[in-house]
Design a protein around this ligand. Structure first.
Ligand code: TEU
Length: 537
């Protein structure tokens, strides 16, 4: 069904294709596997899926290093499989968002091979090349998010090239209009194949300062703008000149115009910035002429989101980005699963989901989150993530949230594959498998379904305004309001002890069937640990 506003308030389910479902017995998930599981995804009641990269890639960053933007990696299938995936998803009422990694390519991309071959080839200026300083050291002090200098010496071209992530992820030079046009053509290629939108990787890294001005050190007490783990010893720099350049906004306007040539397309831009994130989100979504929404990192940090923190983020968001639309997430393929990150038991996981489903904004749910999965332990011997290999053991990398999806309780591989999976199946995930929870009306899985439906049935939860009433560490209450719709009052006890919340005056009728318990005496709601209360009026 046509709806240009479908993304506003949508629930988006993130699929990490390597770990969702293997269909050809190589231990790695693939597109056919996803197709097979789409009815399950649809049964969750989500609006859309976001699929992490499946393009041709040497997989040094597991697909975030693309060597051909216009094809599917053989490991994941073929373009034909992708077309079938889109068709099946649309039949089931699911929109499909793909993950475009435009800031950098793989060093195996034909563009880079040509660019590095000489200083005067047609693509010589497609990446960011610079001479060494007279003493042979890199052109400036810019640091890579994944550790070390952001510059790598290329023995073929005898110059340094810029890489904000791995050495094998050279940064494209967005100052070159041919680069911009080629990337827009890539987006067009996928729009023509029928995708409904994009998750755009690291949009704040698109442009760099042409003058290559060095970055300042962080001031004492200043937080690094990246969410790189604190143990990252390279985490001491303020990325003033290699990120968030003003030209990013112009490119995003071009990207938006392209999307607007098609119907019902939406993009969510990833702005990995824990310091200026909300302000940047405001710029990147301003005036409905750039991104539709930005992916917020505010609830992805180790810092627990108690009532005060949530209300602080909402307040800053309203101040700094009043017209902007956010996409919230608690978990994704880059961070520790939130059940472990915030040390939440099942009741707390449920309470947090209820919060996510009632916040103003869109929301992402990461595969396995709906099962209440915890972070898996992956030993150094089994570790795949290059980021984790770099900083082990202080930072164990991102594999603990990327282990295979448990479909059935049968070991050793829980229905994910019939061979050795690329990352081990976490044994503690097996009792939480889809099959184990499916028939139990009280399972976390069915709780997720119920809460997603609760949101989906009420326009005010997806699109209404939000007004915080009370916010302490333990208790958060707010109302959601929208013209022509009943208001909803929401109260959460985010603590492990009973708390009291206050209902404002009005003809509030409790919403039944959300799976929470509480005791109401007039305007006073007693909430047992990790319980929520909802009323309509
Ligand atoms: O992540 C961008 C990003 O900001 C990460 O560096 C993040 O800070 C880190 O992973 C947290 O642990 C995107 C993708 O989501 C990530 O998977 C890629 O590795 C990265 O871009 C490079 O493409």
């Amino acid at each position: 069904t046509k709806d240009p506003d479908w993304w506003r308030g949508a629930v988006i389910y993130q699929i990490y294709p390597r770990s969702y479902q293997d269909s050809n017995g190589d231990g790695v998930g693939d597109l056919s596997g996803i197709i097979h599981r789409l009815p399950y995804v649809a049964s969750l009641g989500v609006d859309a899926i976001w699929i992490s990269p499946f393009f041709t890639s040497p997989m040094l960053d597991f697909g975030y290093d693309v060597s051909n933007y216009r094809d599917v990696d053989p490991m994941f299938g073929s373009l034909g499989d992708f077309d079938a995936l889109i068709e099946r998803a649309h039949e089931l009422g699911l929109r499909v968002m793909i993950d475009l990694v435009l800031s950098h390519t793989s060093s195996e991309h034909a563009w880079f091979k040509e660019s590095r071959s000489s200083r005067d080839n047609p693509r010589a200026d497609w990446y960011v090349w610079a001479d060494a300083r007279p003493d042979g050291t890199p052109p400036n002090n810019w640091l890579s998010i994944f550790g070390g200098s952001a510059w790598h010496w290329d023995a073929e071209r005898l110059q340094y090239y810029l890489h904000n992530f791995l050495v094998s992820q050279p940064d494209l030079n967005f100052h070159n209009p041919d680069v911009q046009n080629s990337l827009l053509d890539v987006a067009r290629f996928w729009l023509d194949r029928g995708v409904d939108g994009f998750r755009l990787d690291t949009i704040n890294f698109y442009f760099h300062d042409k003058e290559l001005t060095g970055n300042p050190a962080l001031e004492p007490g200043e937080r690094n703008a990246s969410i790189a783990p604190a143990v990252n010893p390279y985490n001491f720099q303020n990325h003033l000149h290699d990120k968030n350049q003003p030209e990013n906004l112009e490119f995003l306007e071009r990207f938006r115009s392209l999307m607007d040539e098609y119907e019902d397309i939406a993009a969510v831009g990833e702005v990995g910035d824990a310091q200026y994130g909300l302000e940047i989100m405001g710029q990147y979504t301003e005036g409905e002429k750039r991104m539709h929404m930005c992916y917020s990192f505010d609830f992805l940090s180790p810092e627990h989101i108690d009532g005060r923190r949530v209300s602080e983020v909402l307040k800053q968001f309203a101040d700094k980005a009043p017209d902007s639309w956010s996409c919230w997430a608690f978990s994704n393929h880059d961070v520790m699963r939130h059940a472990s990150r915030w040390n939440l038991g099942e009741p707390a996981v449920r309470c947090h989901l209820a919060l996510l489903m009632t916040l103003r904004g869109s929301a992402c749910i990461y595969q396995g989150e709906e099962l209440g999965l915890t972070e898996a332990y992956v030993s150094y011997e089994e570790l795949q993530d290059p980021y984790g290999k770099e900083f082990w053991p202080k930072f164990k990398g991102r594999d603990g949230c990327r282990t295979p999806m448990p479909w059935s309780p049968e070991g050793p591989n829980g229905g994910f594959t019939d061979t050795k999976p690329w990352l081990p199946m976490a044994m503690e995930h097996l009792p939480k498998s889809v099959q184990s929870q499916e028939g139990d009306p009280n399972s976390t899985l069915n709780f997720y379904r119920n809460l997603i439906a609760f949101r989906r049935m009420r326009k005010v939860l997806a699109k209404g305004t939000i007004t915080v009433l009370d916010a302490s560490r333990e208790v958060l209450t707010f109302t959601r309001d929208m013209e022509g719709e009943a208001s909803i009052f929401c109260a959460f006890n985010l603590s492990g002890a009973a708390q009291v919340a206050h209902l404002p005056p009005g003809p509030w009728a409790e919403v039944e069937g959300t799976g929470f318990t509480s005791m109401r005496q007039e305007g006073q709601i007693t909430l047992p640990p990790f319980q929520a209360f909802f009323a309509e009026g």
